[in-house]
Design a protein around this ligand. Structure first.
Ligand code: CA
Length: 246
């Protein structure tokens, strides 16, 4: 199969404890130009999701710590990253259950490399069409421009350097532009479950981001405070559409 230029370097997270199976999948995906990371347990999968921001997750149902369905539920609480479940032959209930819990597709073991790669591409194509709006250069306004693919942020034409945590926080805020994210949602998405009782982290990092991005950090125009609830990134797309129709 010819590597698909369109998906070159997309990052796939394989969640599978059987090393031979993980290796088999890795080799086939790498052969097709995908970048591959692995997790051998549910806990590790959640950590990798947060730290490496994969473009798609291949999630095995049978895992040593938390089973694949529970991992899927945890993923869905914090992310809409595409997930393909790896189910065992004959376990038809597993397929339905996975889809009901928010999986995008499933592949039944044993599968051929060709089948796997074509499913991965189909799901990526679908989700990237949906998400076209956060791909490429995002022009929030004339001042602030963000490219999540290259991990670059510009303010007034100058490249701004963000720490990984600041970057992740910005990513989730912009992805949900126009929507309020609660302190808890932000903590879980950016820091992980174990930080759920540390709301001051959010305040601290929102302040860091404001200092780097806002013209006047004390009167923010991008990261808005929703008193007592959380934060909302300005609905810049709606603003732009309104300006254009004026
Ligand atoms: Ca397994």
């Amino acid at each position: 199969m010819k590597p698909d230029e369109h998906f070159f370097n997309r990052r796939i997270l394989i969640v599978e404890d059987e090393r031979r199976m993980a290796r088999f999948i890795r080799l086939n995906l790498e052969h097709d130009g995908f970048q591959v990371i692995e997790a051998a347990s549910g806990q590790e999968a959640i950590r990798q999701l947060r730290d490496a921001l994969p473009d798609l997750i291949l999630l095995d149902v049978m895992l040593p710590d938390i089973d694949g369905f529970e991992v899927l539920q945890m993923i869905r609480e914090v992310s809409d990253v595409p997930v393909i479940m790896l189910t065992a032959k004959g376990e038809e209930d597993d397929r339905v259950r996975g889809l009901e819990l928010g999986a995008d597709d499933y592949v039944t073991k044993p599968f051929s490399p060709r089948e796997l790669v074509s499913r991965v591409r189909a799901v990526l194509r679908r989700s990237e069409a949906l998400k076209a709006s956060t791909r490429g250069l995002i022009e929030v306004d004339d001042r602030l421009k963000i490219d999540f693919e290259r991990r670059q942020v510009w303010v007034d034409g100058k490249l701004v350097s963000l720490r990984p945590t600041e970057y992740r926080l910005l990513y989730h805020l912009v992805q949900n532009a126009g929507l309020v994210l609660t302190h808890d949602q932000i903590l879980v998405k950016v820091w992980g479950y174990e930080y759920r009782d540390e709301p001051h982290y959010v305040r601290l990092y929102v302040n860091y981001l404001r200092k780097k991005l806002e013209k006047d950090p004390s009167n923010p125009q991008y990261i808005l405070t929703e008193r007592g609830v959380g934060y909302r990134f300005v609905d810049f797309r709606k603003q732009k559409a309104a300006e254009e129709s004026r």
